[in-house]
Design a protein around this ligand. Structure first.
Ligand SMILES: Cc1cc2nc3c(=O)[nH]c(=O)nc-3n(C[C@H](O)[C@H](O)[C@H](O)COP(=O)(O)O)c2cc1C
Length: 153
């Protein structure tokens, strides 16, 4: 954390698993998950975004052009513990489906919660990438996840 002022955005440095880092503006404002929408993205085996649907564009605040070719970690919120993603990667690299609740960071610094399922895409026995489908999470699961992640930070 670099600085905090009372109502403006907080500037937070995020260090990624691959050794890169960036400073993001974080504001304490939730954008509620829209009813009846599925947010879908696909990545290559390294987690680089190869496909984003319109709901993903709308909720993340990035254009499709900004998302394609970026690492999926650009959505990482500083409140998310690293162990949550370690569990995700361990599960999907083993070829299994992963379910979890994720707090995502929008381009404008606000956040949105999702209930995510990540599926390994296998073609002819070869892992070619991953698909993530998100649905609207219940308020009780959001509260539970928030409390759990706070203890894991
Ligand atoms: C298909 C797929 C979707 C993902 N979706 C998200 C996401 O919505 N938000 C997020 O923070 N990380 C997501 N990740 C995990 C990121 O790749 C990354 O592991 C995470 O943001 C933490 O960053 P780090 O591993 O560099 O610490 C996704 C990974 C895959 C393979």
């Amino acid at each position: 954390m670099l600085s905090q002022n009372s109502d403006g955005p907080r500037q937070v440095q995020i260090d990624y698993f691959d050794g890169s880092s960036r400073t993001v503006d974080v504001v304490d404002r939730e954008v509620p998950y829209p009813d009846g929408k599925l947010i879908v993205s696909r990545t290559d085996p390294q987690g680089i975004i190869t496909h984003a649907n319109q709901a993903f564009v709308d909720m993340s605040g990035y254009t499709k052009e900004e998302l394609i070719g970026e690492n999926h970690y650009i959505l990482r919120h500083p409140d998310m513990p690293a162990v949550a993603f370690a569990g995700l990667w361990e599960t999907i690299m083993a070829g299994t489906k992963w379910h979890g609740y994720v707090k995502n960071l929008r381009k404008d610094g606000a956040f949105y919660w999702v209930k995510a399922t990540v599926i390994p895409n296998v073609r002819n026995g070869k892992l070619v990438g991953y698909t993530s489908v998100r649905r609207k999470p219940s308020r009780s699961k959001i509260a539970e996840s928030e409390a759990l992640y706070a203890t894991l930070k």
